[in-house]
Design a binder for this molecule. Structure first.
Ligand code: C2E
Ligand code: CA
Ligand code: CA
Ligand code: CA
Length: 274
């Protein structure tokens, strides 16, 4: 049945049908992953640009297939958002990450935990109560938690979003703006947003040494962060040259394959030997 997609001469409705089935299969797979414990959290280190020390990890979601292989979020986040399955999936990630955070804390490891929160999940009225309950249940310190939100969240319900952010920040939770610079400009209301960190998207980092405009962009975002008393994180750092340049530009924290790919919790500890 996959042939109809690939031969290029497929009957239109047939192609539609197979795509529909595959979306449906993906949906069923996501749904059963939640109950069968096939939602997996990998962790990618974020290091201090100056000291090189591990500062935090970003939890990144994977779905484990029957054969043990891991499915990337690129394959399912959009569908999960459309179907709102991102809410139970995101809740699962919060539980996994908090459990791990508690474990590290008990072992004496000071590693902050960054979590990606979909706008759909953040806007849901159950989100803040769920988060507070989970903090209580897993005995984690809010000071060790950072939520990564995207600019698209600010397009709607801005006042409610700001109120929720403020409530979380009063408890000690940090807020970062993910993929900063890729969405609609957040600049006009950035000054009103209760945020702590700007995350510079990897698309700007990738072209750093090749294209001048991207270097100017990174410099501008970093300067903006500094002048507003915010930290900055560059993601997608793949080479020593990029790491050096980002440090020179004043970026606070670095994250990318150059330091580590997303790995299991045990691998985080082993590679940093903390
Ligand atoms: P993101 O939040 O921008 O995360 C960064 C992505 O870049 C991750 O992809 C990471 O594995 C990848 N990456 C890290 N270092 C490098 C590098 O040096 N070079 C390159 N080329 N890529 C690098 P991943 O894990 O596939 O996640 C993709 C996106 O899926 C994330 O983008 C995020 O938007 C979303 N996502 C992941 N986990 C979650 C989650 O738990 N909840 C929600 N709502 N979204 C998630
Ligand atoms: Ca992120
Ligand atoms: Ca990004
Ligand atoms: Ca993202």
């Amino acid at each position: 049945k996959t042939d109809s997609i690939h031969d290029g001469f497929s009957f239109y409705s047939e192609e539609m049908e197979s795509r529909f089935i595959s979306r449906r299969q993906r949906y069923m797979q996501l749904k059963s992953a939640i109950v069968d414990n096939n939602v997996i959290a990998l962790y990618q280190p974020i290091v201090d640009a100056i000291t090189g020390q591990l500062n935090a990890v970003e939890a990144l979601m994977r779905i484990k297939e029957n054969d043990g292989s891991l499915i990337s979020p690129i394959e399912f986040i959009a569908l999960a958002e459309e179907t709102r399955l991102i809410i139970p999936l995101g809740e699962k990630m919060i539980q996994l990450a908090f459990q791990q955070l508690k474990k590290w804390c008990d072992e004496g490891l000071k590693i902050r935990m960054c979590l990606n929160i979909s706008p759909i999940q953040f806007i849901d009225p159950h989100f803040v109560p769920f988060l507070l309950k989970a903090i209580d249940k897993y005995h984690v310190s809010p000071k060790m938690i950072e939520l990564e939100l995207t600019e698209s969240l600010m397009l709607d319900n801005l006042q409610q979003v700001i109120r929720d952010m403020e409530q979380l920040r009063i408890m000690g939770i940090s807020i970062s703006i993910d993929d900063f610079g890729t969405g609609f400009s957040c600049l006009s209301y950035l000054k009103e947003l209760p945020v702590d960190v700007l995350k510079i998207d990897k698309s700007f980092v990738a072209q750093l040494s090749v294209e001048k405009p991207d270097e100017i962009l990174v410099k501008t975002i970093t300067t903006l962060a500094q002048s507003m008393n915010l930290k900055s994180v560059a993601e997608g750092v793949e080479s020593l040259d990029q790491a050096r340049r980002l440090k020179e530009l004043g970026v606070s924290y670095l994250q990318g394959y150059y330091f580590s790919r997303p790995v299991t919790a045990n691998e985080v500890r082993d590679s940093y030997d903390i």
